[in-house]
Ligand binder design. Sequence first.
Ligand code: SAM
Ligand code: GLN
Length: 282
Amino acid sequence: MDVWHIDNLVKEIERKGIASDREARSMARWIKEDILPFGNYKHVIGNESKGEALERILDRLVFGEPVQYIAGHAWFFGYKFKVNQSVLIPRPETEELVDWILKDFKTGDKSHLRILDIGTGSGCIALTLKKELGDQCTVVGIDISKKALEVATENALGLDVQMEWIEIDFLTSDGEISEPFNIIVSNPPYVGKNYISQQMVDLLTYEPEEALYPNHDDIDIFYRKISEWGGKLLVPNGVCYLEINEFRRESIETLFRANIWKNIEIKEDLQGLPRMLKATLS
Ligand code: SAM
Ligand code: GLN
């Protein structure tokens, strides 16, 4: 029996209670296409059989480790990004945020376009924008985490693009980050443990705390700071695109309704949840 056949993988995943139905099939595909051909699993080491290599993978899945960390990469906008436990695994809803920016800026002169990505993590937003908008624009990615920026640097090399990364705590930076930008984009930490189930918290345990949970009493702290400092960071009529917490839409929108912003728009993600905010500096 070929233990790596997709149907057999699905059965094993279900038998071990890791997942069922579509989720089991999706995991089986990851194992077959993205995990087994790469990294530690590429060569069956020593006396290890295919079955034993698979056991090692399934053991990790039983403990809830995401397939992307086992594979060492994730897919975002068709690009392959290295990921490890120092960075958030890029999410499909963040692709929708990038798509919004691309729809607004794909055409026209991009030679002077400057983009700031706050909390860049793996660099998935920053690097995708640079790839899609072309080399003429400047993209700067900032993050508090040195380890995340190491991953982002590797991803820039892998995608063959020139980037500027800055290690900085945005919340204490007072918005002083070099010359102004035309676009701010951010998917900041916005998860509140009080807003999600324990099951959800458990699902997120492999990902960095500082990427998910604002280390602050004020869950909207990143949105508050961006709404206050946008005037320093953006050129007049500069635009801000943010991924938002679906439970905090009203409070975040209220912050941006303050006088320096205009044309505030909220967009739902594919699940119909309010997930993105766009605001233009007056
Ligand atoms: N942009 C990536 C994405 O969309 O997949 C990662 C987003 S993750 C939700 C938030 C990122 O913000 C993490 O990489 C985290 O290290 C970073 N971060 C957290 N606090 C920060 C701070 N005070 N200043 C700068 N970056 C911060
Ligand atoms: N959307 C992510 C999640 O729900 C959270 C990302 C974030 O905090 N910015 O797991």
